[in-house]
Design a protein around this ligand. Structure first.
Ligand code: ZN
Ligand code: ZN
Length: 488
């Protein structure tokens, strides 16, 4: 399938492979799951076990999870506070095992009751995240009076994991069984009964015959899928109830998709825990490399406002908060939500928590907001700079003026030891070299060395070419005033 590339988990049966994107596969290919392929039923009964450093050892790792914000940490001695929100860490999840390939067996005899039971049961999936070092960038969202509405943290190349914690329990109190029982030698998933029996045999035999294999005949693991994604975490400035948080989450997701013209599958959202109930929400750009839209929520001061305006239109409200009752041309009035606005088949589990009217006041406020990283200096593009005589400009100044006039991002430094202009972007250091009389010469070897050091090197050419260069790198220079928002 397009876009699935090598980032999938494989399901195998009789030598045939089915590939699914990792984060979908972790749920669909969970232990004991039923899958359908070419008219036949299969159950996932086995995994390819990732090998540890020693022979016979399964590669697993323990993580510590922040219950206050959903951030994950490798378990390291002495690390007992969340690196993201500084709250003490209490919860350790033992023996996480990365899932890469699963195997399925044909399953002919299965009663329809059992089938229905399995399909209904589902898995307790949990999405957790971790920013790349130096890869988190936070901006404040303020209303027209400057009062805080929310904060947006953009994470470039963040590590996102989806954990499969076990079968979804009817009794939410039951948290004892975390993960699944595995026979590490064969890679077979075991039922809990079977795992208990094997454990008993093991202890009886152990005294006389404690082989290495038997010492590990059953192992409880938490399967997970991991990927590197661009993410944004949006957190409101005030506490909200659960219905407002969920409704606003879906409204913003729809708004982002509409504003940036993304397919539904290109953006995912998740509720994150929030100790203060500030509706912390994770947005994940699914596409590898990504279209870069989540970064724009952080570094384009109008992007979130435009997204909120789209979201208001989608939930049948006008920009000032007047309920328009229904989708354009729809016969039926929309009460709390409809399939034209916030409901979809993929969010069925949330339909009872969706109420478009609760999202509306937040969206109206956000529609008139401005987003800025307040740790960065105010951009100088707002007031037209007094025109200097072009003749007095150095070539570097002329280049910066061209950027400013076009409403593009300005360099963080100019005429440094490294390059003519330097941009410190989330996840990238960019060096720009201009061609002019007396310009420094960047040799090929120097360029390779800089690339090895992680620089993106842009040779902007001579002045007549600058505009084309700027247009060729929208991720670096921004799209400019003429192409921003509006007409999409
Ligand atoms: Zn935390
Ligand atoms: Zn509706």
């Amino acid at each position: 399938m397009p876009g699935e590339r090598s980032a999938g988990i494989y399901g195998q049966r009789n030598g045939a492979y089915i590939q699914r994107p990792r984060f979908i596969a972790i749920g669909e290919f969970g232990p004991g799951a039923l899958i359908y392929h070419e008219g036949n039923r299969y159950t996932i009964d086995r995994v390819t076990v990732p090998m540890g450093d020693r022979p016979g050892q399964v590669a697993t790792s323990d993580v510590r999870l922040c219950e206050a914000c959903g951030y994950w940490h490798d378990r390291v001695d002495g690390a007992d506070r969340c690196e993201n929100c500084a709250v003490p860490l209490h919860r350790t999840l033992p023996k996480l095992m990365q899932l890469t390939q699963v195997h399925a067996e044909p399953r002919r005899r299965i009663s329809s009751d059992e089938e229905e039971e399995r399909l209904k049961r589902g898995f307790d999936l949990r999405t957790v995240y971790r920013y790349a070092p130096g890869g988190a960038h936070q901006a404040q969202v303020r209303d027209t009076d400057g009062a805080p509405l929310a904060e947006v943290t953009y994470g470039d190349s963040a590590s996102v994991r989806v954990l499969n914690l076990g079968y979804r329990k009817r009794d939410a109190q039951d948290r004892s069984g975390q993960g699944f029982w595995l026979d590490p030698v064969s890679g077979r998933w075991l039922s809990e009964g079977k795992a208990a029996r094997l454990a008993q045999e093991e202890s009886a035999e152990e005294e006389s015959l404690a082989s290495f294999d038997r010492a590990q005949r059953t192992l409880q693991v938490i399967p997970y899928a991991q990927d590197t994604k661009n993410i944004a975490v949006v957190r409101l400035a005030e506490p909200v109830d659960d219905l407002t948080a969920v409704s606003l989450r879906y409204a913003l997701e729809r708004g982002i998709e509409a504003h940036f013209q993304l397919e539904d599958s290109e953006l995912e959202s998740e509720d994150l825990p929030d100790a203060e109930r500030h509706g912390r929400t994770l947005f994940v750009e699914s596409a590898e490399g990504g279209a870069g839209v989540l970064r724009r929520l952080y570094d384009d001061e109008d992007a979130l406002a435009l997204v909120a305006k789209e979201a208001l239109r989608i939930i049948h409200y006008d920009e000032d908060g007047k309920d328009l009752d229904r989708a354009d041309g729809a016969a039926e009035r929309c009460e709390l939500g409809c399939y034209d606005c916030l409901l979809s088949y993929s969010n069925q589990g949330f339909h009872r928590r969706i109420d478009r009217h609760r999202a509306a006041p937040w969206l109206v406020a956000l529609a008139h907001s401005r987003t800025r990283d307040e740790s960065r200096p105010e951009p100088s593009t707002t007031a037209p700079a007094p025109r200097r005589e072009p003749a007095s400009d150095t070539p570097i100044e002329a280049f910066v003026r061209l950027l400013a006039d076009g409403g593009h991002r300005l360099p963080d430094e100019t005429a440094t030891d490294v390059a003519d202009a330097v941009f410190h972007l989330p996840g990238a250091e960019v060096a720009v070299f201009l061609e002019y009389d007396g310009a420094r010469r960047l040799g090929e070897q120097d360029e390779y060395r800089m690339m090895d050091d992680g620089w993106l090197v842009i040779r902007a050419g001579a002045e007549p070419d600058w505009k084309d260069t700027v247009r060729a790198y929208p991720d670096v220079f921004g799209v400019g005033r003429d192409h921003r928002g509006g007409d999409r």
